[in-house]
Design a protein around this ligand. Sequence first.
Ligand code: AMP
Length: 215
Amino acid sequence: MNLILLGPPNAGKGTQAKKLYDEFEIPQISTGDILRKAVKDGTELGKIAGPLMASGAYVPDDIVIGIVEERLKQPDCANGYVLDGFPRTIPQAEALDRMLEKNGKKLDAVVSLEVPHAKLIERGSGRRSCPVDGSVYHVDQNPPKRAGYCDKCNAGLIQREDDQPEVIEKRLQKYDAETSPLKAFYAKKGILKSIDGVGSPDGIYAELLAIVSPA
Ligand code: AMP
C-alpha cells in the first residue's frame, strides 16, 4: 500500500500513520520527523532546515525531494509506505510521480484529513512535546499525569517553536497557498479521498481503513 496522508499541520496525519504502522507495519515517512532529527543532531541539513521550520516556512523542494528519494530506497519501503507531510508542493508531487514511475509503482490513495482552521489552532497551541523522547500531549485533550512533565521519562515538556500561535497561522497560510492545490492535482488522477478529521482518532482511523483496505 502506497499512501499519502494530506492535511494541514495538526490535522492528525502522524497519529493515523502510527495506527497504520501498528496494524500493518507499513513505515510512516514523515519529512517533518526526519528534518527535526537533523536539527536535533546539528547536521548540515539541520542547520539549513532549523530556522525555516521555526518560522513556519517550507524547506526547499530539492532538499526534501532528495531526502524522500533516499528514504524510499530503504528495504522497509518495499511493500509500501505512508507519506506524512510529503508532498507539500506541486513540484514535490511531480517529483514523487517520477520516482514512482521509475520503480514501476503507483499510489493507491491520497487521503485528505479535513479540519477547520480554528480547530487546528486550538490543537496546536495546546500541544506540549517531550524534548527527550518525542512524546506528545495536549493540555486539555491528552494531559500528562503531572502537568508539565513527560509521563514516560519525566522530562519537562516544551511548546515546540512551530506550535506558537503566530507560527501556526503562518503554517496554515502556507498550507492553503502551496499544499491545498495538491487536492486538485490528485483529484484529477482519481485517487483523492477526503475524511472529516474532527472526532476521535479511532473513529477517523475506521474511516481511513475503509478507504485503504482494498489496497
Ligand atoms: P510537519 O511535522 O510535517 O508539520 O513538518 C514540520 C516542518 O518541517 C514544516 O513546517 C516545514 O518547515 C518542514 N517540512 C516538512 N515536510 C516538508 C516538505 N515536504 N516540504 C517542505 N518543508 C517541509
